[in-house]
Design a protein around this ligand. Sequence first.
Ligand code: GUN
Length: 290
Amino acid sequence: MKLIDGKELANQLKEGLRQKTDKLAAEGKRRPHLAAILVGNNPASESYVRNKVRSCEQAGFESTLIRRPADVSESELLAIIDELNNNPAIDGYIVQLPLPDHIHEQKLLLAIHPDKDVDGFHPMNFGKMAQGMDAFLPATPYGILLMLEHYGIETSGKEVVVIGRSNIVGTPMSILLSRKSNPGNATVTLVHSRTKNLKAHTLNADIIIAAIGIPYFLKADMVKDGAVIIDVGINRVEDATRKRGYRLVGDVDFEGLARKVSFMTPVPGGVGPMTVLGLLMNTMKAYLGR
Ligand code: GUN
């Protein structure tokens, strides 16, 4: 089994961005600027946003973190979004999800100007993506496409199974891999919690993308020899031997699959860093498009 090292690839691509942004700065131009809105203190969201800020530094981007407490009003968040939409110093921004229950998530995401929607969550970008038009691709699927490309994993004509139908990973991933493009041209099956005999589908897959949010969901008896496994899961499981009391595991039984598959992403160090890289690439695109 060959490890798909997302961390190493993300670092390599961040270095490329760094060279571009340093050149811009040397020419007296401003650097790309990403902002993030973080509501409350969900530990996973805190960690993701920290990674995003650190990655901006590595790539030579400016970053701004806007924090509000969990009881912030929807109107205050909409006012922040309006300010960011109109702020010429900001190229793109994200609203870190999930949001507290009293905030209408869709209403906020619709208020983000599509030209600054570097998460690719606005229906304008999602619709353009689905039709193969130029758009900000959702960061996780974008990062996965870059990994498949870099590792020379052929998708054309292959059987791909995507597990999970979320708006931010499973659904866009299934669309992107079935599009007439490269990577793409795959025969894609999207399986989910109501799928009957899920194992019959995964056993037939050349490439499996697991994005279901259940630790160790995909087991060795569910995959065929030589399959390619992309593990999107980032699940916290209790672990008393760790100082922080938990460890991160994917949606895949990594140890069990290791002897059977051809390529696999680890957790951590696989898809996670490439998601952040996708976000940086989108921010660069937003910067260049203005
Ligand atoms: N929460 C989990 N993943 C993501 C992501 O890619 N973007 C945002 N904004 N929130 C998330």
